[in-house]
Design a protein around this ligand. Structure first.
Ligand SMILES: [Zn+2]
Length: 238
């Protein structure tokens, strides 16, 4: 039997800049949380992997995406569920999507730079205003015990980040036969990821390493990143 998950194409995997589309309702209903619908193609990134949810509308009504237990991206918040098979217009907040993609992509680079120091990546958040990479502090407590070395490491990260961005590189994603998605940043690394990313490192702007601190059992590297102002070449952003 074909399930709704099989029918759903998650367009955000392939195109970060697709922020408006017509889609077909492939499943819908009402439960204790209200009406819900799943559509395909789906442009809404649900919260996950440290990246916040997209914000957007279904036929002009604000909805919130979330991934259900089966892996289906469902949209909630509409006053009533649309009928399965109908066409609907989906839009997401393009500026927010770009911001999330910039923060997420910069996070990959920062994770790589930390691992290149021999640090073990232990967690991350790509939320605007609180983006950070966490690393296991084991063995590094002494070297980061006072403000001066922490600031030195911060400055090194900034210089290394600036060098990576100056070199540039394409960002691409591929999905293997078992459905696992790998995101590759040319000249940096490849890692499993289900988030949204810029297409090229030249689309990152204002990447700043804000602070290195050791707190609650983790080295926390706080950072900031924005999407470059211009629309990307070939983009479908509106
Ligand atoms: Zn990612």
């Amino acid at each position: 039997m074909t399930t709704a998950v099989d029918q759903q194409t998650n367009a955000y995997f392939d195109d970060t800049y697709l922020t408006e589309t017509t889609a077909t309702v492939i499943a819908a209903g009402t439960d204790e949380d209200g009406a819900w619908a799943a559509v395909s193609p789906n442009i809404f990134h649900p919260k996950g992997g440290g990246q916040p949810s997209d914000e957007g509308t279904l036929d002009g009504v604000a909805v919130t995406p979330a991934r259900d237990d089966a892996g289906l991206v469902v949209l909630t918040g509409a006053p009533s569920a649309p009928e399965v098979g109908t066409a609907v217009v989906c839009r997401i907040d393009a500026e927010l999507r770009r911001r999330h993609a910039a923060l997420h992509t910069a996070g990959h680079i920062l994770g790589h730079l930390g691992e290149a120091r021999g640090w073990q990546h232990s967690g991350h958040s790509h939320f605007p205003g609180q983006a950070r990479l966490d690393f296991d502090p084991a063995g590094h407590e002494d070297e980061l015990a006072t403000p001066e070395p922490r600031e030195s490491v911060r400055a090194e990260f900034q210089a290394q980040m600036d060098a990576v961005l100056a070199r540039g590189g394409a960002v691409s994603a591929s999905v293997d036969a078992t459905g696992h998605r790998t995101v590759t940043i040319e000249g940096v690394n490849a890692e499993p990821c289900g988030g949204t990313h810029v297409r090229s490192l030249s689309e990152l702007a204002g990447v700043r390493i804000l602070e290195v601190k050791v707190k609650r059992g983790a080295i926390k590297v706080r950072y900031e990143a924005e999407h470059a102002d211009r629309a990307p070449a070939g983009g479908s952003a509106s």
